[in-house]
Design a protein around this ligand. Structure first.
Ligand code: PEP
Ligand code: MG
Length: 317
């Protein structure tokens, strides 16, 4: 399959029965963009913008940010680019962003909360995104959302950024990283263009297990039945948005990807090195295969049992 995957890497991904599934790459800086496209990525489903903000004395200016986003958009050559707003917080301190001491940084000012705490930083970033020129889709994606009110506050700032820059209006989507967001995806949907499930944080918050804790690493499987149900609830709630994505680690997991598609996910944003193999895998499956697998997986009581099921079914197909 690896050889076939490489040969067809540049082709769009469709299931065996012709259903289009977008397979994007997660990017963390400019240098990764061109190799990701060469490796088969159909776009960028998650640009982690922290690289622009970490290890420096001042926040990057609007022009500095624009230069980096534009270089990535150019490398993607009209393919979709989803830019996540700054996801810094208590655990990733920035010298120019003094934060109160927090007992529980993972439950504190992070993700979109940081942006709403420092609207000057967020507005500068939104203005830079509005100024990106691309023949394809450019989108803003908000991390750590828990409510429609947060989306509406950022939407108002985005409207200001569009007006002030005279730029194009990017799409606006949210990451589903908290149980609150997953369970209320239907309430978020009217305010957004798309969702993308961040399975790393969604697992951490659903299982109440620190994703960095080495003692818990073996139990932190994103195929835990609780996480799977939250993803199913997300897909059902956001069914009317433009796309339902997954950009956490589960999108790069060959046993999980068919289950995700079966739950209604239409876009996977994976580690660049995995895109070609994921496309090859999905080309060999029908949507009905994926749905059947997902239905059966939802009845199982552990991630191990789901993995065994997927392994057995995929080998038989
Ligand atoms: C996630 O939480 O799954 C995610 C994609 O975001 P990050 O890993 O950058 O927190
Ligand atoms: Mg996250």
């Amino acid at each position: 399959r690896r050889l076939e995957a490489r040969a067809l890497a540049a082709e769009d991904c469709r299931t065996a029965d012709g259903v289009r599934i977008e397979v994007f790459a997660n990017l963390g800086d400019v240098a990764e963009a061109a190799p990701a496209v060469a490796g088969g990525a159909e776009g960028c489903g998650l640009l982690r913008t922290e690289f622009l903000f970490l290890e420096r004395q001042n926040a990057p200016t609007e022009d500095e940010q624009l230069a980096q986003y534009q270089a990535i958009a150019d490398a993607l050559n009209g393919r979709p680019l989803v830019i996540r707003t700054l996801d810094a917080g208590g655990d990733k301190p920035l010298s120019y962003l003094p934060m109160p001491h927090e007992e529980n940084p993972a439950l504190g000012l992070r993700g979109v909360r940081t942006g709403l705490h420092r609207p000057d930083l967020l507005l500068t970033q939104l203005r830079a995104v509005c100024r990106v020129r691309s023949s394809g889709t450019v989108a803003v994606m908000l991390p750590m959302i828990t409510s429609a009110a947060e989306v509406c506050q950022v939407r108002a700032m985005l409207d200001v950024a569009v007006g002030e820059t005279g730029g194009a209006s990017p799409l606006l989507g949210v990451m589903i990283e908290t149980p609150a967001a997953a369970m209320t995806a239907d309430l978020l949907a009217p305010h957004i263009d798309f969702v993308s499930v961040g399975t790393n944080d969604l697992t951490q918050y659903a299982l109440a297990m620190d994703r960095q804790n080495a003692h818990l690493a073996a139990q932190l499987d994103s195929l835990h039945p609780a996480v799977l149900r939250l993803i199913a609830q997300t897909a059902a709630g956001a069914a009317d948005t433009r796309w339902i994505g997954v950009c956490g680690g589960l999108a790069s997991d060959l046993l999980a990807a068919p289950i995700l598609i079966g739950l209604g996910v239409t876009e996977l944003s994976a580690t660049p090195s995995m895109t070609a193999e994921i496309k090859a895998l999905l080309r060999g499956l029908t949507l009905a295969d994926c749905r059947e697998l997902a239905t059966q997986a939802l009845r199982l009581d552990s991630a191990e049992a789901e993995r065994a099921l997927a392994d057995e079914r995929l080998a038989a197909l």
